[in-house]
Design a binder for this molecule. Structure first.
Ligand code: PMP
Length: 401
């Protein structure tokens, strides 16, 4: 299968040069089947779910629930009602920070994150800590980008109410040993939220084997539409946690005196859901399932190996994140050239990368930097594109030095 031909956007040119899209950690491009699914719904099958009895409403409802089942299968959740549709990873983390926080966190408690988290897995916990008078702590990582899992037991105490950790760092590319982290935290009585934003697109996930209590991800990073994602949460927590938002569809009955809440998962899906997005996400997941996970892994490892080799040989360039288990992300900085300038010169050559703090200022601070450039790979990227990046960087360096 020619994977690139399934993604119409990839064949375009930028200023006459072929697009080299290496910003997949920010968002992935969409295969035709996802575009067609969303288009079909907007064109000929649109009815608000869980409400009407007309056939379009019923068909959309059925397809929305089928999409939930696709997500359930892809992450191997035990039950479909443990999958909540959200707007994305950020929304999922905020849901847990609010609802878990309301139920379980009080003044003097602690929430533990890691030093390599994305702002989406820091700030919601800070807001919770401010609300409750709790404290936020961060597990450090070593210079090579590996989490100091050895320090985890000493950072957990009776005050620790939850540990939140990225499956894969969006800056360093480190694949964190989340199974082991869950085991250690659970042995000390602490539940774990795994931020799967950079993990889920590299092959199926098994939340039961991982042992996490919460798992959040975004659809747009796994070939799906924007504005949709999912939160997996163990039923026992969902039953205990109060609703995050109130509105239509999340209630059983309402009087002015009191509202009673709908069964799971609807208790956590207030208002008109992004059902077209969710159905698009279902199509994206079915698409992902059609690619062999080992083929994805092997190809992305080859891209990473080649990129690391080529970039390491460019004078003045330092790669940040050299953990032994790494995903297809290479972040780097030049000694005397600003990251933004590099990204702009690459853009003129049709090469799309990310630059800046990468929504992870504490990670930048850890290395004493104000920003980095990041190239991130998907299954549809080619070795030719990695070479184009290396050549583009040499050119940028000669222009900007
Ligand atoms: N966590 C990580 C590790 C991420 O890379 C991202 C997206 N860059 C997010 C959370 C937030 O995802 P979203 O903006 O889709 O909610």
């Amino acid at each position: 299968m020619d994977i690139r031909s399934l993604f119409p956007l990839l064949s375009q040119t930028i200023d006459g040069k072929p697009l080299v899209y290496l910003d997949n950690a920010a968002t992935s491009q969409k295969p035709q089947v996802v575009i067609d699914t969303v288009n079909e719904l907007h064109t000929s099958l649109n009815g608000n779910i869980h409400r009407g009895v007309h056939r379009m409403a019923e068909q959309c409802t059925a397809r929305y629930e089928a999409a939930r089942e696709s997500v359930r299968g892809y992450i191997n959740a035990a039950k479909a009602h443990e999958v909540i549709f959200t707007a994305g990873t950020t929304a999922g983390v905020n849901l847990v920070a609010f609802a878990f926080g309301e139920r379980y966190v009080k003044a003097g408690d602690e929430i533990l994150v890691t030093e390599m988290e994305h702002h989406s897995n820091i700030v919601p916990w800070q807001l919770l800590c401010e609300r409750k008078g709790a404290a936020l702590k961060a597990l450090p990582f070593a210079d090579n980008g590996e989490l100091r899992v050895d320090m985890l037991p000493s950072m957990i105490s009776k005050k620790t109410k939850l540990l939140a950790v990225a499956q894969v760092s969006n800056v360093l590319g480190t694949i964190n040993p989340v199974d082991e982290i869950c085991r250690i935290a659970h042995a000390l009585g602490v539940p774990v939220l795994v931020d799967g934003a950079q993990g889920v697109q590299h092959g199926p996930v098994d939340v039961q084997q991982m042992g996490c209590d919460f798992y959040a991800f975004s659809g747009h990073k796994i070939y799906g539409p924007t504005g949709i994602g999912a939160l997996y949460a163990k039923e026992e927590y969902l039953n205990e946690m109060p609703p995050y938002q109130g509105g239509g569809d999340m209630i059983k009955a309402v009087t002015f005196a009191k509202a009673t809440y709908a069964d799971l998962p609807y208790k956590f899906e207030a208002g008109t859901a992004n059902y077209i997005g969710a159905i698009g996400l279902g199509a994206a997941i079915e698409f992902s399932k059609s690619i062999s996970p080992s083929a994805i892994r092997l190809h992305e490892e080859e891209l990473l190996r080649c990129a690391t080799e080529r970039l390491q040989s460019i004078g003045g360039l330092t790669i940040y994140g050299n953990a032994p288990r790494k995903s297809g992300i290479v972040s780097f900085a030049f000694k005397n050239i600003h990251h933004l300038d590099i990204a702009q010169v690459l853009d003129k050559q049709g090469i799309a990368v990310r630059s800046g703090t990468l929504c992870a200022e504490p990670t930048m601070q850890r290395y004493g930097l104000t920003g980095m450039v990041r190239a991130s790979f998907a299954y549809y990227n080619t070795l030719g594109e990695v070479h184009a990046l290396a050549e583009g960087l040499e050119k940028a360096k000669s222009i900007l030095s």
